[in-house]
Design a protein around this ligand. Structure first.
Ligand SMILES: O=CC(=O)O
Length: 351
């Protein structure tokens, strides 16, 4: 009995055992393409015609480009599932995937990335609020001559933490910052139950901007959230506000942030994500009040291992049961109405 085919887009770095399990039930192929043009040509060449599911990583975008309508339309109809290794799936146009006939169902990573991403936000909040960066830099430059260099920071205790986007990461962050004595307020499109918001106070978007001492961005990137924080929003914030972004760079207008930092309206910032990664705005690099880390919110052995395993689990579910364990929210209903793919051997890859 022939095995169903899986397309591997990106490396398996840690979860080799689980990957081995997948190779027992599916035939794994990799693209020959080295860029988007070649990848689209390969999709159209028939080479992927028996592929049922794909495993993809964030960096594999350097080969395929984003999964936009053009790419989705080039994929063969046999290919029904796209398992993305990441919480954020802004590299994939979920609507274009849903609109394809048959739909290309997408999964992401729920929950697993919450702790490490929130931990990164804690680090950035404390680093930016306490303004650790200028003094750390001064130490390395041999400018520490006794008492610490005069870059006084602020205590978190008693300050208001504004969370824009109260999902799993926002909630996790709220609970962690309770320990530091911060009072959390949040804004989402809809108010959540107090339990789901971990007791944070729901406020309007403008109130969030006006009341936050620290504003943490924890919302997904999509056309509605692109540049949700820009010049007009900075103007509504308190002078001396601290901004932290562990979501996606383009939710904030970086040029506007640099201007707000230069004017002193924003006191400091902590950023894990950037508008044009891996490029970092010169105005952020030269400003010592910016704590900058290169998109490493989930960059830990334990979390990365679990993320790879979870994504492989989605591929295995697709191959063996014709569905995904954790479809993205836009595809949950689609999955239940989607036709099962025709398995020529009926036995779902021999299992
Ligand atoms: O940025 C990391 C992720 O989306 O998982």
């Amino acid at each position: 009995m022939s095995k169903l085919k899986v397309l591997q887009l990106g490396e398996i770095v840690l979860a080799h055992e689980k990957w081995e399990q997948l190779t027992q039930i599916a035939e794994v192929i990799t693209p020959k393409a080295t860029n988007r043009e070649e990848f689209i040509a390969e999709c159209k060449s028939g080479r992927f015609d028996d592929v049922v599911a794909a495993y993809r990583t964030f960096p594999s975008v350097s080969i395929t480009g984003i999964f936009d309508e053009e790419l989705v339309q080039a994929t063969p109809k046999s290919w029904r599932f796209l398992a993305h290794n990441g919480a954020g799936y802004d590299q994939i146009d979920a609507h274009a995937c849903a609109a394809r006939d048959p739909p290309l169902l997408v999964s992401n990573i729920p929950i697993i990335a919450d702790d490490s991403t929130a931990d990164t936000a804690v680090f950035l909040i404390l680093g930016a609020l306490r303004n650790l960066n200028p003094s750390m830099q001064a130490l390395r430059e041999g400018k520490w001559k006794g008492s610490p260099p005069p870059a006084l920071g602020h205590d978190p205790q008693g300050k208001t933490l504004g969370i824009l986007g109260m999902g799993g990461i926002g909630r996790n962050l709220k609970v962690k910052m309770d320990v530091f004595g911060m009072k959390a307020i949040y804004h989402n499109r809809r108010k959540m139950s107090s339990e789901d918001a971990a007791g944070a106070e729901y406020v309007s978007f403008d109130e969030l901007l006006a009341r936050s001492d620290v504003l943490s961005l924890n919302l997904p990137l999509n056309p509605k959230t692109r540049h949700i924080i820009s010049t007009a929003e900075f103007a509504k914030m308190k002078k001396g506000v601290v901004i932290v972004n562990t979501a996606r760079g383009p939710v904030m207008d970086e040029d506007a942030l640099v201007k707000a930092l230069d004017s002193g309206h924003v006191a400091s910032c902590g950023l894990d994500v950037f508008e044009e990664e891996p490029k970092v705005h010169e105005g952020l690099i030269r400003n010592p009040n910016c704590v900058l880390v290169p998109h490493m919110g989930t960059w830990c052995v334990e979390t990365q291992t679990r993320m790879e395993e979870w994504t492989i689990g989605n591929v295995m579910e697709a191959v063996t049961k014709g569905k995904l364990v954790s479809p993205v929210p836009e595809h949950i209903d689609l999955q239940s109405i989607s036709k099962q793919y025709d398995d020529p051997d009926e036995g779902r890859a021999g299992v």
